[in-house]
Design a protein around this ligand. Structure first.
Ligand code: 5AD
Ligand code: SF4
Length: 447
């Protein structure tokens, strides 16, 4: 098939590239479904597409510069292969934060914010007529109602239940790029969850920047939604992420004891171990109140795997304050974590604290020490799984012939030899525990 002369005039194939968090992955999938509903097809892996959507992340580091270099690379690739340039759409949080500047500087065809991507087909149609189109509105009305139905998904699927953030941690851009907290309606979510299960999902991860702030007028709370999903036949596993300590309600903690489908895993970012830094971050919890929540969660579900996010080198963080982060890590014993160097985000209050920025070398050293402690604990957690028998949901093929890769209830990757297929749940005895994964053998029950 010959490529059209000018893919921009009539884009037929598309490619969506998502960066950053799981919500971007979800949004990327929904944008792909939108384009498919317009009659466009997804370009094969590695093949040039007529329309490229860069679904960007703005949370850390040189996000904006990366977008410009990606745009440059796309155009250069087309030139070198003698193709016309693809239509380029910038979506996600960089689009929201820097949309007009991107249009001015890089002359991209479409810029669309995370709350406006249901308008993508319209924007693409405009761009096809040569009108560069920008939509970074944040309408109160939810975009979700206008998106096409879910059709085919893998065994694990994401479901965005809540978006935005009202917490305003002083380092974070999310309240500015994703807007105020909104919860999607209960009935719409139960319908989408059912559609996902009909389309092949065995596990659903509920997503939100503050997922445990999800609520409705009846005060159902995230635990009420989880109880409703528990009743969906064919759904085996429920997860949720990311939670804020302040929204960890009693009902949700109890759900970990009551709902078998709710997996024993909690991602509850703490960010730092010093109360002074937590206050400067505007976290509105203390080290102690955080640890007390974990005690309650552990009482409800003793085998729960804990996960968190950390920032090292927040402006003004002293050596002694950083040591408090390390001692908190020792006190918790996390199963896995994410840790980052503080990165000033334009427009956030912490970015103004220039006179107390932590030097880069100090930041590097702290991150290394923190990650060494977290890796140590992750390995210990994985090794403690050896000898246990647990259900594994098969997600994809492994690298070796006959090998499959699945997830344990505690979100560990498990490699095993099995004839089971993607989407199957198998009983596995864990035989090996490593830094990032487990190995196991399938337990064959006597007939
Ligand atoms: N610098 C470094 N890390 C950050 N995060 C959010 N904003 C910043 C920033 N400015 C981290 C937090 C958050 C995770 C998603 O990203 O740890 O929980
Ligand atoms: Fe950002 Fe804090 Fe909101 Fe999380 S809770 S999205 S870190 S402002």
């Amino acid at each position: 098939m010959n490529a059209p002369q000018n893919p921009k005039a009539n884009p037929k194939t598309f490619h969506v590239k998502s960066f950053g968090c799981q919500m971007n992955v979800y949004d990327g999938e929904r944008m792909a479904e939108l384009m498919a509903a317009q009659g466009m097809t997804a370009a094969a892996e590695g093949e040039a597409a007529d329309l490229v959507v860069l679904n960007t992340c703005h949370i850390r580091e040189k996000a904006t510069e990366k977008v410009y270099s990606d745009i440059g690379r796309l155009r250069k690739g087309a030139r070198e292969e003698g193709r016309a340039e693809p239509m380029i759409a910038i979506a996600g949080c960089v689009a929201q934060a820097e949309g007009e500047e991107i249009v001015r500087r890089a002359k991209v065809d479409v810029v669309v914010g995370p709350q406006a991507y249901h308008n993508l087909p319209e924007l693409v149609a405009k761009a096809a007529e040569g009108i560069s189109a920008l939509d970074t509105d944040m309408p109160a009305l939810s975009k979700f109602g206008t998106l096409p139905k879910r059709r085919k998904v893998g065994p694990t699927a994401f479901l965005t239940v809540q978006e935005g953030c009202d917490k305003f941690c002083t380092y974070c851009v999310v309240p500015y790029t994703r807007g105020a907290e909104i919860s999607r309606p209960f009935a719409e979510l139960v319908d989408e969850a059912k559609a996902l299960v009909d389309a092949g999902a065995r596990e659903i991860t509920l997503l939100g920047q503050n997922v445990n702030a999800w609520d409705d007028e009846a005060g159902t709370g995230l635990h009420g939604l989880i109880h409703a999903l528990d009743r969906i036949e064919g759904l085996h596993r429920i997860r949720y992420t990311t939670s804020h300590p302040n929204d960890m309600r009693e009902g949700l903690i109890r759900a970990h004891a009551e709902v078998e489908k709710l997996m024993p895993f909690l991602h509850l970012p703490v960010q730092a171990g010093s109360d002074r830094i937590l206050k400067a971050m505007n976290r509105s919890h203390t080290r102690d109140s955080y640890l007390k929540i974990l005690d309650r969660v552990r009482a409800a579900r003793p085998d729960i795997a804990l996960s968190g996010d950390f920032i090292v080198g927040f402006p003004g963080e002293s050596d002694a304050e950083f040591e408090e982060t390390l001692s908190l890590v020792d006190a918790v014993g996390y199963a896995q974590c994410f840790s980052f160097k503080y990165s000033p985000r334009p427009g956030t209050p912490a970015a103004e604290m220039r006179d107390v920025f932590v030097p880069a070398e100090v930041m590097d050293e702290r991150l290394q020490r923190l990650q060494a402690a977290l890796n140590r604990d992750q390995l210990a957690f994985n090794q403690a799984t050896i000898g246990k028998t647990c259900a594994v949901l098969i997600e994809r093929q492994g690298k070796l012939p006959g090998q499959m890769l699945g997830k344990s209830p505690w979100l560990q990757s498990v490699y095993l030899g099995t004839e089971a297929k993607i989407g199957d749940m198998v009983e596995v005895e864990i035989t090996g525990g490593f830094g990032n994964s487990l190995t196991g053998t399938q337990v064959v029950r006597a007939a």
